[in-house]
Design a binder for this molecule. Structure first.
Ligand SMILES: O=C(O)CCC(=O)C(=O)O
Ligand SMILES: [Fe+2]
Length: 222
């Protein structure tokens, strides 16, 4: 057998898919540290920093279409949709396709598409508590977040808080945005929030959908 080159190895350990599916079923969310390959995180982080430095990111807003609004009091990140333009992006999106396949096989979710954007939170930025999808709209089904920041300091802030689906004031997890950490959760039921970050914070937020996207327009935050 010919060993596959490092750049084409899967970013998820096969065991991580099983743990992820179990956690989604039991509690509606999953967080794993050291799940994403460090070399891939490094490459994606470099791409995002380059975009931030060259001013090619767009200020993220809330709401769709004509309702799309910039609301720095609600979210303060700047984004760029992944478009397969680099090997790192292709590798990342291919890994998400594999995850989509596992989720569909195990949970019969009928996931159809994955969309994702880089997100850069400058110092002081946050994202207030929200859901990623309206219940019953059947658009975003599962949210994913991959963190890209090596050596995140303990006083760096920028943690994602996951709240209990039935009592949205109750914190159930606090996720440090350290490179290699991968979080996912049910988009319609898990409220979450990004605490103010004390230093620039890099991530990739993505969504498995049951229908086609609307040309890269963000779903409303709420
Ligand atoms: O970056 C994170 O930790 C979460 C981002 C988020 O909630 C979103 O983009 O909808
Ligand atoms: Fe979100």
């Amino acid at each position: 057998m010919i060993a596959s080159p490092a750049h084409s190895s899967p970013i998820f350990e096969p065991a991580a898919h099983t743990a992820l599916v179990e956690a989604l079923v039991e509690q509606g969310w999953y967080v794993g540290a050291n799940v994403i390959d460090p070399a891939l995180c490094h490459a994606l982080h470099g791409e995002l920093l380059h975009m931030a430095e060259h001013d090619v990111l767009s200020e993220a807003g809330i709401g769709r279409g004509q309702q799309h609004l910039l609301r720095k009091d609600i979210r303060g990140d700047a984004i760029h949709w992944l478009d397969r333009e680099s090997e790192a992006q292709r590798r990342y999106l291919n890994a998400m396709s594999e995850l989509q396949h596992s989720l569909n096989q195990a949970l019969f979710l009928g996931l159809f598409e994955y969309e994702a954007h880089f997100a850069h939170y400058p110092s002081g930025a946050f994202y207030q508590r929200h859901l990623d999808s309206f219940r019953g709209r059947a658009n975003r089904v599962i949210s994913t977040v991959s963190y890209l920041n090596p050596n995140w300091p303990t006083d760096g802030g920028g943690e994602m808080i996951i709240y209990h689906p039935d009592s949205p004031e109750q914190e159930v997890a606090r996720v440090v945005p350290e490179a290699g950490t991968f979080a996912c959760f049910l988009s319609e039921t898990i409220p979450h929030e990004v605490l103010p970050t004390q230093q620039p914070r890099a991530s990739i937020a993505g969504w498995f959908r049951r229908n086609a996207s609307m040309g890269g327009v963000l779903d409303p935050a709420r």
